[in-house]
Design a protein around this ligand. Structure first.
Ligand code: PLP
Length: 395
């Protein structure tokens, strides 16, 4: 049984029109010869797996991407029937349900291919298989040294009818620094790996390397397909470097002021009294904290939006609550108990990127961790008049 959370207290609102808009913008940016995969792992970076998947498909995304087989199966159970890639398994996982559900699975090792033969037999149908080469991230994927053996085994399994190798792919380490020499090196290793695979007789539909930053900043890294996660949610994967293509943040996190109080100089706020009022100010209590994914590092650093004005978090963020300064000396607070403030959303309110900078992290972590006791709701700011929508595409 899952607990219901009262939206009057705190709420995450996800605008699906923003997701559709971003997907269309990204598709336009990479052009008609490059397929777009919208990455919806980790509950669509906190935005909601199924609603985001539907919005991405409505906007024409031919591919979705997830990390785990469980995520892929959840998409199928939710009715998604399009092309879908998963890429993260551990030894002993059962791949048969994903094969049966027509998911493109990813292998890194010949041992996984052995498991896949067995899964295919139980699923009763051939798999769609993609192979991942580690071109220098040194995270997942087949090492260049092991690659010839992997492609040979993959080709053998393809001849035997166990699967069709649909893709060859890799992942960039420094895509957010497009001039970094590691990008050239990875592209070069990737091209060689593709050549090796083709020489072994493989004929993949898609070769892909780029995430959001690679897609936007390195046209040479686009190949046949780009895997865009963060940018699909309207956030900037390489702050300060990405060209402005008009992406819109899809998520807004709000909380309701539980109570307000006046402080006098010398009053300390929250655990440890790490902030002490020097002037008479009005503070407000917000009923969310680090158990809800509000970073504890936001204490004394992040800001919230109060009627369009940025106001600072005062003192430490607690497990369930935090305190913000609603009004400075001589000011009357613009919102009172029962009224909402914006933790992060779209400018002029603070953004997830602003929170990331305040907390020493990246916006990926801000949106994917927020949750806990926030209620979550999906809106559509533009259901009819989404002018860049093609009515033919609607299901
Ligand atoms: C998460 C992930 C992506 C998406 O990255 P963004 O930077 O959010 O675009 C792409 N590819 C792989 C393998 C990933 O794990």
């Amino acid at each position: 049984m899952s607990l219901q959370h009262d939206a009057r207290r705190a709420e995450i609102v996800v605008d699906l029109a923003a997701v559709r808009h971003n997907v269309r913008r990204l598709a336009a940016e990479v052009g008609p010869d490059v397929a777009l995969m919208v990455v919806v792992k980790a509950d669509a970076y906190g935005h909601g797996l199924l609603p985001v998947a539907r919005a991405a498909r409505e906007a024409g995304a031919p591919w979705l991407g997830v990390a785990t087989l469980d995520e892929a199966l959840a998409l199928r159970a939710g009715g998604d029937t399009g092309r879908l890639l998963a890429w993260l398994t551990v030894p002993g996982e059962d791949w048969a349900p994903a094969v049966a559900a027509d998911v493109d699975v990813t292998a890194y090792t010949t041992g996984e291919l052995d498991d896949l033969v067995d899964a295919v037999a139980r699923a009763g149908r051939p798999a769609r298989l993609q192979l991942k080469i580690d071109t220098g991230l040194n995270r997942g994927g087949c090492t260049p040294a092991d690659w010839p053996a992997l492609v040979a085994a993959a080709r053998e399994g393809e001849r035997a009818g166990h699967w069709r190798v649909t893709g060859i792919w890799s992942h960039l380490a420094v895509a957010d620094e497009p001039e970094h020499p590691a990008n050239d090196a990875q592209e070069q290793v990737f091209r060689e790996a593709v050549e090796t695979a083709e020489a072994a007789g493989l004929d993949p539909e898609v070769r892909h390397l780029a995430n959001s930053a690679g897609a936007l900043l390195r046209p040479s890294a686009r190949f046949d397909l780009v895997r865009a996660g963060l940018a699909s949610y309207g956030l900037d994967p390489a702050p300060g470097r990405t060209p402005d293509i008009g992406l819109r943040p899809a998520m807004t996190a709000t909380a309701t002021v539980a109570m307000t109080k006046r402080l006098v100089p010398g009053d300390g706020v929250s655990y440890g009294h790490t902030w002490v009022a020097e002037q008479p100010v009005t503070v407000g209590l917000l009923p969310v904290g680090y158990a809800d994914g509000v970073p504890r590092h936001a204490g004394n650093t992040a800001h919230v939006g109060v009627a369009g004005v940025r106001r600072p978090v005062r003192g430490r963020v607690c497990m369930d609550q935090l305190v913000v300064e609603l009004a400075g000396p001589g000011e009357e607070p613009a919102v009172g108990p029962g009224e909402r403030v914006v933790l992060f959303g779209s400018a002029p309110d603070p953004t997830a990127q602003d929170w990331a900078e305040a907390c020493g992290t990246i916006s990926y972590e801000i949106v994917s961790r927020i949750g806990g006791r926030f209620a979550r709701r999906w809106t559509d700011s533009d259901p009819e008049t989404d002018t860049d929508s093609d009515p033919e595409e609607q299901p």
